[in-house]
Every structure is written in C-alpha cells, then in structure tokens.
Design a protein around this ligand. Structure first.
Ligand code: TXA
Ligand code: MG
Length: 324
C-alpha cells in the first residue's frame, strides 16, 4: 500500500504538534485515531471538543510497545503480558488499573486505563518518535462511523484536527477488541476481529460479558457507528420483499449481486468473508449514507463467531439515535 510508510518529515511535524498540545489524526490497522499527548490534559481536552464527545468517556492510550505498559498501568496481571505477547502489536486494547498520574480526562475518572500497541507502520513510527503515550479515540464525530481512510477523517473533522497522517485504508476496518483485566475475572468489553477463542485459551477462562458494574465504553451505547440515514437490518430471506415493500428510496448493503429489475438507489455487494467484510464495512456505510436514500437496508450476516464483531457494529448502526 503506497501510503503505509511514513515520510520522516511528516512524522517529525506530527511529533512537534503533539508536543505543542495539538491534535494529530493517525492511521491504525483498526480505524484512524484522533491523537493527543496523553500526559497533557489540555491536549486531551481538545480531543473531546473536536469529537463533540462527552468528557466522561475514557480514551485509549496508544504506546509503541508492551514495555511501556508499566508507564500507565499498575498491578498488571500475568495474563496481560500473555495477551500482549500473543496479540501486540495489533487490534487488542487492554483495560488495566491505572497509575495515579494518569489524567482523569484519559480514564473518564475511572481507576482503569485502556492501552493498545497498534501495528500500523505509520502509527508505530509516530509512537516511536514521540516516545510517550498518545491518547486516541477513533477520529470521527461522536456517535458517527469510524474513519478507515485519511479522507474520512477530513470529512468528519475538517480543520478541527491540526495534522492528518496518511496511511492508506485500515487493514482490519473495525475498532479493536477490548478486554478488561482490571477486575477479578477478565471481561470482553467490545468485540473486534481478534480471535476470542485464542485469547480465552491463553487466559484459561472464558471471557465474561460486561455487567452493569463494568466501566463505561462509548462503543457500548446502543446507537453508535451510525449512518445519518435510517438503517435497518433484514434477514437474507426477507431482503427482496423489504425493498419492494419500502415506500422509500432504498440503498442496500447485501452479500450478493443486485437481482435484475429491483429498484434501489445504490446496491453494494459486500465481500463474502468476515475479514474482508469488516475491512470494507465502514466505507460501505459511508457510501450508502451519501446515496440520497431514505432508508439503508443491511442484509444480516452469518451467526458464526467470526462475524460477532460485525454483527455488533451492524446492530448499533441500525439503532436510531435517541437524540438527533
Ligand atoms: O481500534 C481502536 O480501538 C481505535 C483505534 C484508534 O485505536 N480506537 C477507538 O477508540 O476505537 P474509541 O474511543 O472510539 O473507543 C475506545 C473505547 C471507548 O468506547 C472507551 O469508552 C473505551 O474504549 N475505553 C477506553 N478506556 C477505557 C477504560 N479505562 N475502561 C473502559 N473502557 C475504556
Ligand atoms: Mg469511537
């Protein structure tokens, strides 16, 4: 991929911006992040302003390597090092108990901190040159679809972000898997494309689903990752009838070609495999959101475990926000 390696001058400019407390959007293998110096609360505050995100939501701290875990977390259980060894750099975020110095703006006032080592070469180059931790949520306006290209970031944030580093299309395409190791039992806070069975084998226990006492995760809000166009999920059997019955202009995300004679303002025949579907998903939703349709219909995906994170995101995309 042409933009997958960074120009050293771009990295130097981005590091200078971070040190000056400014915002740098950076590519990662999951989605693009909106980065600020995690040790500078004023800089982190700017992230919330740019996103329009409530200030009590925690953000992930990105670091160059697992060696920096102890800079941010304490009482780190051996299981964290086992998962780090297996999956970092990569699409896994670990929630651990925070060191006392970690800002409440980063942790959302909780006693935990989310940490990730991304694998994208531009993110790695940035983190290595910066040296410290980069606080970074996904680089979208709050509640909207995460960006998987630099153009998406510019569409979302415009001049609210000082620098956007180019890094091509994000490989994974949906946000990291979040595993909470801060409590008595490991919990899965957000599914991603990580192999959960492999994580559970390493942990030696099944991952708990989050209960009401679990930390807040904005990705867990019912309506998130949402197109502006009303979006509904339909089963493959019901799709054609739903298009015919809709008294509206319909755009479709399906996993088959458009049948002849079916009226739809746009039709995307998405990839058959879970990995390829995840890679394309957010770009597809953005395309359909721009198609001028009154309704987006998404054909539901398989029930198998490799599609879990995709079902999660589609379910949230298809829930209408409670407030406009
Ligand atoms: O793949 C990703 O995780 C991307 C890339 C940029 O790293 N980041 C991302 O950030 O998706 P964001 O903020 O959009 O989603 C991260 C989620 C949020 O829902 C946040 O609430 C949760 O992680 N989180 C962060 N720190 C946490 C903590 N200490 N406890 C519980 N959840 C936490
Ligand atoms: Mg996000």
């Amino acid at each position: 991929m042409s933009a997958a390696t960074a120009d050293p001058r771009d990295i130097a400019a981005a590091v200078a911006a971070l040190r000056a407390g400014r915002l740098v959007a950076f590519p990662s293998e999951t989605v693009y992040g909106l980065g600020a110096d995690a040790s500078n609360p004023d800089a982190v505050r700017r992230i919330f302003e740019a996103k329009g995100r409530p200030a009590d939501h925690p953000v992930i701290v990105h670091v160059a390597s697992a060696k920096q875990l102890g800079d941010w977390a304490r009482d780190i259980p051996p299981s964290a090092f086992a998962l780090a060894e297996a999956f970092w750099p990569g699409p896994l975020t670990l929630v651990l108990r925070r060191r006392p110095h970690v800002s409440d703006l980063v942790t959302g006032g909780q006693d935990t901190v989310g940490i990730r080592v991304p694998s994208h070469p531009v993110a790695q180059a940035l983190l290595q040159a910066f040296g410290g931790g980069i606080a970074g949520p996904s680089a979208n306006r709050f509640g909207r679809i995460s960006p998987t290209t630099a153009d998406h970031v510019r569409d979302e944030l415009g001049d609210r972000v000082d620098i956007v580093l180019e890094g091509g299309k994000s490989d994974v395409g949906i946000e990291s898997t979040i595993i909470d190791l801060s409590g008595p039992e490991p919990a899965l806070l957000r599914p991603g494309m990580l192999d959960i069975a492999r994580a559970e084998a390493l942990l030696g226990v099944p991952l708990r689903s989050p209960g009401i006492a679990s930390p807040r995760v904005s990705g867990m809000l019912a309506s998130h990752y949402a197109p502006r166009t009303p979006t509904r999920l339909v089963t493959p059997d019901a799709l054609v009838a739903a298009i015919r019955a809709a008294n509206a202009r319909v755009a479709v995300l399906a996993r088959r070609p458009r049948p002849a004679g079916l009226a739809a303002v746009d039709w995307i025949d998405a990839p058959a495999s879970a990995a390829a579907y995840a890679h394309d998903l957010y770009a597809c939703l953005r395309t359909l959101d721009r198609a001028g349709a009154d309704l987006i219909l998404v054909e539901s995906v398989p029930a198998s475990s490799d599609w879990t994170a995709i079902r999660d995101r589609l379910g949230r995309a298809a829930t209408r926000p409670e407030t406009p």
